[in-house]
Design a protein around this ligand. Sequence first.
Ligand code: AHG
Ligand code: MN
Ligand code: MN
Length: 337
Amino acid sequence: MENTGITVMEHLLIHQKENPLATGNFTRLLSELIFSAKIISREVKKAGLVDILGLTGKINVQGEEVRKLDDYANRILIYRMQHCGVICAMASEENADIIEVPDHLPKGEYILIFDPLDGSSNIDVNVNIGTIFSIRKKKSDRKYVTLEDFLQKGTEQIAAGYFLYGPSTMLVYTTGNGVDGFTLDPSVGEFLLSHPNIRIPETGKVYSVNESNTSYWDDNVKETVNYFKSPENERGKPYTSRYIGSLVADFHRNLIYGGIFMYPADKKDPAKPRGKLRLLCEAAPLAFVVEQAGGAATDGKDRILDLKPTLLHERVPLFIGSKKDVEKATEIMSKGC
Ligand code: AHG
Ligand code: MN
Ligand code: MN
């Protein structure tokens, strides 16, 4: 009999004993999230074939144009997760406020935060995009969820990860016991364990940053990026530059090959002095994944997972990837402070 592989649900059940959080409710949440991602993946794959490309004409809470697939992915996730019976509220990059599960539906204690479609500027050009998620538990004993339930440190995450819609669709996630990667086998519609116990190399060869922002950076940011480009760095030769412009895809490549992704603060927009990426739906979940894989994530000074947000859509500078590379970046960044 050929080895047909371990599905993500089998994997979760096998490890349920080691992980007290992997209760029936958590399994239910994850399986609904996986089903939603399969639907999004199907739509992403046929994006060039149907009238789903282009913009909806709406502007999201971040002031960016919402593309049709962003909107579609957001609606699928909200609808399906509202009906899964084990969560009480959600927050999406695309919605200004928290999204509560209506009273007529069964609720649970979990909170889901997501970026429904990350890298959406790449949709129309057939480049990898993804969905990032963070799972937490309601803090308060109150009947209704409040903003406070969402403004938790990243260390409070129960699970986090992402779906990557690339040549293959992948799921990479952690429940705090290492990181595993699964690849969707489209012929059977199941995610199969393809990357068990992912470990990020201690140092990498890649730096990823949008260098067109150079003139808006502080000197310590310039010095940090120059370090990775310099032949006199600790590696003795320049790192190579790779930048897709989809955080989830840039992150995934660096997770597997090693390297550092940087989105520093810039002075371009005085309303965004703390960078572009969102703490709750982008930085914190990926920081949980990278730490569980042996890497690190900081805002140039402090550990991302220790930051307590004060706003739902708080932005944060991000330096994430191989441990030694992030430590080096943080050392240079802090010198200039
Ligand atoms: P989103 O598509 O969810 O709005 O996120 C876009 C983000 C992220 O994916 C990427 O790393 C970054 O924007 C790219 O920004 P620049 O185009 O400024 O480099
Ligand atoms: Mn995003
Ligand atoms: Mn997005």
